[in-house]
Structures are given as C-alpha cells and as structure tokens.
Design a protein around this ligand. Sequence first.
Ligand code: NAP
Length: 255
Amino acid sequence: MSKPLNGKTALVTGGSRGIGRAIAERLASDGATVALTYNASKGGADEAVATIKAAGGTAFALQADLADASSIPALFDRLDRELIERNGNAALDIMINNAGNSGWGGLGDATPEAWDAMIAVHARAPFFMAQSALRRLRNPGRIINISSALATRPQPMVPIYSMAKAAINTLSHALAMELGPRGITVNVVAPGWTRTDMNASVRENADIVKAIEGDTALGRFGETSDIASVVAFLASDEGRWVTGQVVEASGGYRL
Ligand code: NAP
C-alpha cells in the first residue's frame, strides 16, 4: 500500500519518550525509515523501535547527548553508516529537532551552568544539527523544529527555556530562506501543554491543570499524537508550500 512517506528517511531527536516518540512512530507508520535518538533512555528508545517494527515499520536508535556539541558530527557519522547499510546511500529527507529537557526555574534561581545547559540542547543543538544535515538532505527535504508556545508568549517561571525556543523560531526563519532554493522547507511546530514527562509534576496539581484547561480553547491538555499529526503534515508532500512558519499546536492556548 502506498504511504505518504514511502522511500523517505527521517531523523527524530529525542525519540525515546514523549512527543519525539509519537513523531517517530507516526513518521514510520507513514512509511519513512526512522532513526530516532535518545540520551539516557535506552529502554524507551528500544521500546519505540520495537513498537515501530511490530507495526511493520523500519526504525533504529542512536545515542547522543545533544548538550555536547561534539556529539553531533559523531551522530551523523553513525547515521550515515546505518542508512548506507539499509539503503545503499546516506540521503536524509526529514530532520526533526525535538530533543529537550524541561526548564523550570525563574530569574532568581538561575545559574550560568543551567543557562548553558538549556541553551545548548534547545538552541545550539538544532543549529549544528542543521549544519551537519545540509549535505545529507535530499531535495526537496524537510526540517521541522519543535519549539513551544512559550517562544512567543514567554512566562516568568521559564525565562531561559522561553529564550531558547524563541531562538529556534528565528533560526527556522533564517534557514527557510537559505534552503528554499533547494526546495527544502523549514518550519516550527510549537506545542502548548502536552501530556508528557516534562510536565508530569505540573499535572499533579489539580488547580493548575484546571487553570491550564480553562486557558485552552479546546479545553484539555494536548496528547503527543496531536503534535505528531501536525509534524506528519509538514513532513509530507501535502506541506510542500509551507515554509518559514511557526505552527502553534496548543488547542488554542491563551487565545
Ligand atoms: P520528554 O517527554 O521529557 O522527552 C524529552 C526527550 O528529549 C527524550 O527523548 C530525551 O531523551 C530527549 N533529551 C533530553 N535531553 C537531551 C539531551 N541532552 N540530549 C539528547 N536528547 C535529550 O519531553 P517532551 O515533552 O516530549 O518534549 C519534546 C519537545 O517538545 C521539547 O523540545 C520540548 O521543549 C517541546 N515542548 C513540550 C511541551 C510539553 O508540554 N510537553 C510543550 C511545548 C514544547 P532521554 O530520555 O533518552 O534522555
């Protein structure tokens, strides 16, 4: 049966859990060969690969700590080897920069070390991932960066995270201009509150949950599949005329 991403290859960072795992599973079910990365959660990555394979898809996992910039060229070398073994070439069609650690803590609690760690994973890594992907991306390719609704509506409880996400929105705009002549689209998907480990502690407080749902037009927390659906659209041929855009997938948070 023909699937929208048959014959395509995709790299999804942070595919061991949460939104990244849902994206990896969705792109694989749409026909792509998926490389998903993990940092600490080898078990989660192996489980994601097993789930994809059980559903008839193709996937493999690669470890990389994206807080460390030097891990990125090494990650792409391993990706090349895996893809050449499977496909006879290392061409990449779709890159999803999703990996990210949560970043609670306001101005008063911040340290230079925490600032560096947050910016390294959320802003520096997508930049250098794009640099390494440049010569591997097949035209017309796709880069999709996972940002946050907080990039454009920052909150005082997460100033560094909000800054880092604003940075990848701007990076995506610049890359869309640079890569447009090659037919490569670059977009941002900006989730609102989505049910993952990242906000498990927030969801323990019923009053906060009620307030978030009350602030959301569609009246609930997002599910990871809600985000994966938007990514799948942008990754497919159906999304070919969308580039340089921030698509907020938040159920209408704080409209
Ligand atoms: P999550 O469930 O906590 O999963 C985070 C993923 O990122 C895991 O796969 C983790 O890998 C990986 N990761 C974290 N630090 C890493 C590092 N240093 N190097 C490599 N990988 C690393 O988070 P999520 O909620 O799915 O978030 C995914 C993306 O969506 C993030 O960019 C986040 O900012 C964004 N987002 C989330 C929400 C939300 O409400 N959940 C809202 C807006 C935006 P390991 O487990 O292997 O360490």
